[in-house]
Design a protein around this ligand. Structure first.
Ligand code: ATP
Length: 432
């Protein structure tokens, strides 16, 4: 596990995981671009989540709602009225801070005097249509959840669902965050993975407990060290206006224990609010019980970027190997951006290169591979270790006569000769 975030920021940039947005213009604060390896890792995280909840369970449907929504959505959800941080400005250095982050009533950077606190809404306003006019203002969504609530009836009807059931969505969200920094932990543009799980009132507390447990275990199943995760239940005075209960899953980031995901019992607040604002009936009719009610909602809401960061931090390893430092990412095989690297030992032996390329072409149809012949084998291994590739396949002179290649395991560094004929089956078996 990593203790210094700067090491990770530099590895991520050097090895093509994450770049500062618009870097050539001096960068854009708290906005990040995912490079060739970062996009693979992020997609793998999203796929692992989607597979677990939308494919492996029978009680959850997927959704991809639009980022832009009718402005009344945000009035109903409470975001227009209360999605705000209380801020102060430093009168000397002009920097802005969240009131709850100040130790004394002085600027944390220069010690200067600060202004009176003011409310600042975190939503980005977007003018819609050709005429800029206050009636045509909407917002970039600050959470994906509302896209689910407004589609509740559509999904019940089109998919013939009965409560309890859930709707899962992964998508971008935007917040004009004031306390920024800490790499991808807090961004102005980020992605969320959210489930709204609709249950009969009275069963909500039981479902809430189940979801807290399930989400905690999901991270562990994907390799996060149990000692680096903990649950923190919100005291009553910290609960959001819509929540009856909320538990954060916290991860021990290099910046200290911080929220990775929140699981909230949102009661029937959102559906009721949308009923009032839209005038549409969103109540559910239970055929068996012949009863009509507004379901309660349990919401596990996680950030994709924070999850990516936690997996990277947790996977980071340094160890001495023959007097040198070996750095590797012990990422779960399902998450590793590149699954197999094909490394020909000599790049000027035609037959050897041909065999290596044949192997690469066969495997690339099955998983993400990398072909690299641009350095000595020691260097090639180090490069793959640093990006967390679980398997390296080296093709050497002997391969031409014995039709076998060497497969090296990232974590144990053990090497094994495998017949070329059996390589695909062997690797896919290991990667499943
Ligand atoms: P925080 O207290 O850290 O601002 P929050 O409690 O406001 O977070 P929620 O509204 O519960 O966050 O959002 C659910 C999840 O979305 C968070 O647990 C986090 O993983 C992610 N998230 C929220 N804001 C950001 C952000 N600015 N950048 C990256 N991820 C975020």
């Amino acid at each position: 596990m990593l203790s210094d975030m700067d090491l990770l920021v530099s590895l991520c940039k050097r090895r093509g995981f994450i770049f500062q947005s618009s870097e050539i213009y001096g960068g854009m604060g708290s906005v990040w671009d995912y490079g060739p390896l970062g996009v693979e890792l992020k997609n793998n995280v999203k796929q692992a989540w989607w597979r677990t909840y939308v494919y492996e369970r029978s009680d959850i449907e997927g959704l991809d709602a639009a980022i832009l929504m009718h402005p009344s959505t945000w009035v109903a959800s409470g975001h227009v009225g209360s999605f705000a941080d209380t801020l102060v400005d430093c009168k000397d250095c002009k920097k802005r801070f969240r009131l709850d982050r100040l130790q004394a009533k002085r600027c944390p950077e220069c010690g200067g005097e600060v202004t009176e606190p003011r409310k600042f809404n975190l939503m980005f306003k977007v003018p819609i249509g050709a005429v800029e006019d206050f009636r045509n203002i909407s917002y970039l969504r600050p959470e994906t959840a509302q896209g689910i609530f407004v589609n509740f009836q559509n999904i019940i009807t089109s998919m013939r669902r009965k409560v309890p059931f859930g709707i899962a969505q992964i998508g971008k969200a935007f917040r004009n965050e004031i306390t920024t920094g800490n790499f991808i932990f807090r961004c102005r543009e980020f992605e969320q993975m959210e489930i709204e799980y609709f249950v009969e009132p009275g069963t909500d507390e039981e479902w809430y407990k189940r979801w807290v447990e399930e989400r905690f275990n999901w991270y562990i199943r994907l390799g996060i060290g149990k000692e680096n995760l903990r649950l923190r239940e919100h005291p009553k005075d910290e609960l959001a206006h819509y929540a009856k209960a909320c538990t954060d899953i916290e991860y021990k980031f290099p910046i200290g224990w911080s929220e990775l995901e929140g699981i909230a019992n949102r009661t029937d607040f959102d559906l009721k609010q949308h009923m009032n604002e839209s005038g549409k009936d969103l109540a559910y009719f239970d055929d068996e019980k012949k009863a009509k009610y507004i379901p309660f909602v349990i919401e596990p809401s996680g950030g994709v970027d924070r999850t990516v960061l936690a997996f990277l931090v947790d996977a980071y390893r340094e160890e001495p190997v023959r007097g040198e430092k070996r750095v590797y990412l012990a990422l779960h095989k399902h998450l590793a951006p590149v699954k197999v690297a094909i490394l020909p030992l000599l790049r000027n032996r035609d037959e050897l290169v041909r065999l290596a390329k044949d192997i690469a072409n066969t495997l690339r149809k099955r998983c993400k591979i990398m072909y690299d012949d641009t350095a000595s084998i020691g260097r090639l291994y180090r490069r793959q270790d640093e990006i967390g590739t679980p398997y390296c396949v080296t093709v050497d002179v002997e391969s031409l006569s014995d039709h076998k290649v060497t497969v090296r395991d990232r974590d144990t560094m053990e090497q094994k000769r495998v017949p070329v004929q059996e390589l695909e089956t062997y690797l896919l078996g290991q990667l499943l």
